[in-house]
Structures are given as structure tokens and as C-alpha cells.
Design a protein around this ligand. Structure first.
Ligand SMILES: [Zn+2]
Length: 225
């Protein structure tokens, strides 16, 4: 059947988006339908990690987990446009920030043909810093000495961060080891300010519970970038 250029489908369930005549839809022209939009359980919760504010956007539910898997493991690049659908204001909110993206392993990026966090960050900013990189496919679950975590991340062109407001962006915060290492690397270049934004966090209660020490509990949780 002939389709006009105006035919738009939900990137998740493929329903016809032209049926949606809500004000939201007319204004933002979202890439997903209202039904799918509502499956994202927005929590917008702040936790603190080494004096840095970490904004966690969504509950880590089955919907989110499967969607992220489809994007990152099944290489469904088009889904980059859906993860921040609930936050159309981010383009304005973070317009003065340099977005430093947490890298995936090079092998994974070569296989899928794109860098997942970088593609997500580009949906709300044109100021992306891709200088943080991983040196190997090291698994942090087996890493007992936390001080060595920093050794798996490196930074190129860090001078670009000096004096800037930096938003470190990752899809999921699991152990937080990677994010802590990134904060430490970025801080060496004296940015004006560092914040962290993550889409979701499966163990958010642990981070919210101030009585639990970060320093041993997270060593048993795997980071999976
Ligand atoms: Zn849908």
C-alpha cells in the first residue's frame, strides 16, 4: 500500500501515530505512542555519589530491561529516539552542558555499528564529549580492589572539559564503579560542575539507603556497559 511521507509509526509497537491527536503529540511529535510512553515508569529520583548528583529517570522494570536489550544487544538503532521521550525539556535543561558519555567496549560498538550512549545523548544535545574510552573488556564483578577500577577507563582530549558544566551520561547505573571512575577522570580537568544522568538503576534502593556503605555492597553487582 502507498504510504505518504506523513505516515508515522510507533518505534516500539508500530501502531499508527497519526491517530494520536493529543496536544502533547502535536507539540513534540513523539516517536512512540501514548500507550508505550506510559510503560516508562518515570521516577526522576536523585541519589548522591561522591558529592555528585545522579538523576535516575526510570524504574528498572521488565519493559525497560527488554527495550534496552533490543537497543544494545539486538542492535536496534532506531530505538535511540524513544528512551528520552518522557523528557522533551532536556534539550533546554542541558543546553549549557557538555555531555560526557560512558563508553561501551570497542568490540561491542564494532559489532553493532554504533555507540549506544552517544546516540542517546545526541537526542537531547549537540555538545557531546566522547573522549572517555575503555581499554579492555574487563568485568568489574571479578575486580576486588576498587582502586583499580579507574584503570579500565581512560580519557582523550580532556582539556575540553575544563571550566565546563559536565553531565556524565550512562544508560544504567549498576555498581556505580564505572561512574565513579568517570567522575574521577573528569574531575582531573577541573570542570566548573559535574552532574550525572542515568536512565535507570536496578538497585536504586541501595543507593538511597544512607545506612549502607557503598564501599563493599556494590562490589558484587556487575556493570554491564
Ligand atoms: Zn506504541
Amino acid at each position: 500500500m502507498y504510504k505518504t511521507a506523513e505516515t508515522r509509526q510507533c518505534l516500539i509497537c508500530h501502531s499508527d501515530l497519526n491517530d494520536d491527536t493529543s496536544l502533547y503529540s502535536c507539540f513534540y511529535r513523539p516517536k512512540i505512542c501514548q500507550r508505550c510512553l506510559q510503560k516508562f515508569k518515570v521516577i526522576e529520583t536523585e541519589v548522591i555519589l561522591h558529592n555528585c548528583s545522579v538523576l535516575v529517570l526510570y524504574e528498572y522494570n521488565e519493559f525497560f530491561r527488554k527495550l534496552l536489550y533490543q537497543y544494545k544487544a539486538l542492535d536496534d538503532h532506531a530505538l535511540k529516539d524513544v528512551f528520552l521521550s518522557c523528557f522533551p525539556e532536556f534539550r533546554r535543561k542541558y543546553r549549557d552542558y557538555l555531555i560526557a558519555v560512558i563508553p561501551s567496549s570497542r568490540q561491542d560498538n564494532i559489532r553493532r555499528g554504533f555507540c549506544p550512549n552517544e546516540e542517546l545523548a545526541k537526542t537531547f544535545s549537540n555538545h557531546i564529549f566522547t573522549g572517555i574510552y575503555k581499554i579492555n573488556n574487563y568485568k568489574q564483578t571479578r575486580q576486588k580492589d576498587r582502586s583499580l577500577v579507574k584503570n579500565v577507563l581512560r580519557i582523550d582530549d580532556g582539556g575540553r572539559l575544563s571550566g565546563k558544566k559536565v553531565l556524565i551520561f550512562d544508560d544504567v547505573m549498576t555498581s556505580s564503579n564505572t561512574l565513579q571512575a568517570a567522575v574521577s577522570l573528569v574531575a582531573d580537568y577541573h570542570p566548573q560542575h559535574i552532574e550525572i544522568l542515568v536512565l535507570s538503576c536496578p538497585h536504586i534502593q541501595l543507593f538511597l539507603d544512607k545506612s549502607v556503605s557503598h564501599y563493599h555492597i556494590y562490589d558484587n553487582i556487575e556493570d554491564n556497559n
